[in-house]
Ligand binder design. Structure first.
Ligand code: ADP
Ligand code: MG
Length: 226
């Protein structure tokens, strides 16, 4: 069963048709890259896939549940969806560890356990030493890793990442892709927006958007690409 499925989804913002009828499925263990020019609807697609936004028409399901019928969408998101936002969205008044703990605490996990989980996942992404620092005290790469740690904590099955490699150097970007790929190989479904063919090469499939439509979808030949 697919972890996330979009069926003929549209999204209109007033006169702007951001998505004009897109269908996409991502299964457990699959990494799908979404590429396309600026304004083609990539972020809109990711927001719909994660239940952060609702489609104008069409159906979005996560783990088989039709999101339009879900009462507590925030709880479903916290339980299933890890999101790395384009602008990271770290909370400036919380330390790195507290940022990572937050979604778990909102889920009712006790603080001690949430902290232990946060430290473990910060270690996994290679920044455990900055756990007590605030976002403004971190480098861009460190912030990016904290945002990724926050998405990974709690073993979420659906990971959505909107250009998580941002302005990172290629070595750091490669490490981030390695992290996402490892989660994917452990059974997560990953949807990754990227401009970089270098990072799309880590995907099982690439979907190209143009003007709110899927222009092309193709399998990546993994061994040759990596
Ligand atoms: N909240 C919004 N209000 C109005 N228009 C929007 C909104 N969000 C996105 N759009 C428009 O929808 C289109 C797709 O945007 P977006 O999904 O952000 O594209 P991408 O991520 O590929 O750059 C663009 O034309 C954008 O201006
Ligand atoms: Mg975008």
């Amino acid at each position: 069963m697919s972890v996330v499925e979009l069926r003929d989804v549209t999204r209109e913002h007033g006169q702007v048709h951001a998505l004009k009828g897109v269908s996409l499925e991502v299964s457990a263990g699959e990494l799908v890259a979404v590429m396309g020019p600026s304004g083609s609807g990539k972020s809109t697609l990711l927001n719909l896939a994660g239940g952060l936004d609702r489609p104008t028409s069409g159906v979005v399901t996560i783990e088989g549940e039709d999101l339009s019928r879900v009462k507590d969408l925030a709880a479903l998101r916290r339980g299933h969806v890890g999101y790395v936002f384009q602008d990271l969205n770290l909370i400036p008044s919380l330390t790195a560890a507290e940022n990572v703990m937050l979604p778990r605490e909102l889920d009712g996990v006790r603080a001690g356990r949430a902290r232990a989980e946060a430290l473990a996942v910060l270690a996994e992404v290679g920044v455990e030493e900055i756990a007590g620092r605030f976002p403004e005290e971190l480098s861009g790469g460190q912030r990016q890793r904290v945002a990724i740690a926050r998405a990974l904590v709690g073993e979420r099955r659906l990971l959505l990442a909107d250009e998580p490699t941002g302005a990172l150097d290629t070595a750091t970007g490669d490490e981030i892709l390695e992290l996402l790929r490892a989660r994917c190989d452990a059974g997560a479904a990953v949807l990754l927006v990227t401009h970089e063919p270098r990072y799309a090469a880590w995907a099982d499939r690439v979907t190209y958007l143009r003007d709110g439509l899927v222009a092309e979808s193709s399998a990546v030949r993994l061994e040759s690409a990596r």
